[in-house]
Design a protein around this ligand. Structure first.
Ligand code: 5GP
Length: 205
């Protein structure tokens, strides 16, 4: 008999340039039972980004409407743009049994931790500030002004690592991906993640 299972929530945050998006894409590629929540944003799509795949790109009035309708689990303004996680989108995935990754900033992470204390929060750190700066410059998708803004913000963001359940240092992608996977597996085995299974087992004893 199959046991009903509601997926877990994993919050993944990092200072920008830490390789968080690459890490999450790798996890998704290798593990079909994990999905990422597709956020809504008011920022312009970058080259190669697809509506409905990377983000739902919407305008400010639409975003503000969704805030009024309480459609977001969390939302925040990051670098002059709005970003938000749809409650409906997350619930749908969880009900289908998928574990859901919220790849969100530190403000959003704080909101979700408050609303869903069972969510597992993971912070990704760069090996050093020097490497973080090199990665941001190498990425070259943003203007110099934006890069400087992001670097200045990085220190403040990294200070928030103290409030997360787990911290992963992304020096080597393979190692960091493996670390993430171990965290996900351990969280799945926590007693409160398995309550439905225990109840079902007892009911059928
Ligand atoms: P980017 O514009 O580079 O894709 O993302 C900028 C920042 O916004 C990143 O830290 C990213 O994790 C964060 N972000 C993306 N989606 C959401 C969301 O739904 N909510 C919050 N709070 N932050 C998000």
């Amino acid at each position: 008999m199959s046991t009903p299972k509601k997926g877990n929530i994993f919050i993944i945050s990092a200072a920008s340039g830490t390789g968080k998006t690459t890490l999450v894409s790798r996890l998704l590629k290798h593990h079909g039972d994990i999905r990422v929540s597709i956020s809504h944003t008011t920022r312009q799509a970058r080259e190669g980004e697809v509506h409905g795949k990377h983000y739902y790109f919407i305008d400010i009035p639409k975003f503000e409407n969704l805030i009024r309708e309480n459609a977001f689990l969390e939302h925040a303004k990051v670098f002059d743009n709005y970003y938000g996680t749809s409650i409906e989108g997350v619930n749908l995935l969880r009900e289908q049994g998928y574990d859901v990754i919220l790849e969100i900033d530190i403000q959003g992470a704080e909101q979700v931790r408050r609303i869903l204390p069972d969510a597992c929060s993971i912070f990704i750190l760069p090996p050093s500030f020097q490497i973080l700066a090199e990665r941001l410059i190498g990425r070259a998708t943003d203007s110099e002004e934006v890069i400087n803004k992001r670097l200045n913000k990085a220190r403040h963001e990294i200070e928030q690592a103290f409030f997360f359940d787990y911290v992963v240092v992304n020096e080597d992608l393979d190692v960091a991906e493996n670390d993430l996977l171990h965290i996900i597996k351990a969280h799945r085995l926590k007693q409160n993640s398995q309550q439905l299974f225990i109840e079902n087992l007892l009911e059928n004893s």
